[in-house]
Design a protein around this ligand. Structure first.
Ligand code: HEC
Length: 115
């Protein structure tokens, strides 16, 4: 009985962590993969500031965008189309973002930035 509840607790904990993402790893990823084009505070760099992005876009939209920004524009997504008009350069596909865990880490980091 005790063992079973311990297993259950570990399962709940680890799934919670997986869902929330690891903001510390997200910060590292951001520095390596995103910082050259995005600010975390006010102001445009190559792309828009990511300040507030987890509030203005849904988690679903962000996951899709990070996986395939150009595909989002092609699919006719209205937000993606609007962004394309506003910025001269288009965001490239970033290989590390193919991994769901990496996207979750980045988003956890961006959510902390938006608190
Ligand atoms: C080479 C430059 C470049 C890099 C690197 C880059 N982006 Fe972008 N990003 C852009 C541009 C430009 C846009 C504006 C949309 C467009 O035209 O593609 C954008 C748009 C976005 C948006 C939508 C913003 C909004 O207001 O809705 C998000 C989210 C985003 N980028 C996240 C990231 C993350 C996370 C990384 C790193 C994993 C990253 N970007 C790396 C250039 C870049």
């Amino acid at each position: 009985m005790k063992k079973a509840s311990l297993v259950l607790a570990v399962l709940i904990l680890s799934s919670g962590i997986a869902m929330a993402g690891d903001a510390r790893n997200g910060k590292k990823l951001f520095k390596r993969k995103c910082k050259s084009c995005h600010r975390l505070g006010e102001g445009t760099l190559v792309g828009p500031s990511l300040l507030g992005v987890t509030k203005r876009r849904s988690g679903e939209w962000l996951h899709k965008w990070l996986q395939d920004p150009k595909g989002m524009v092609k699919s006719g997504d209205s937000v993606a189309t609007e962004l394309k008009k506003l910025y001269k350069k288009q965001m490239p596909h970033i290989k590390a973002m193919d991994k769901k865990a990496n996207r979750e880490d980045i988003l956890a980091f961006l959510m902390e930035n938006d608190k």
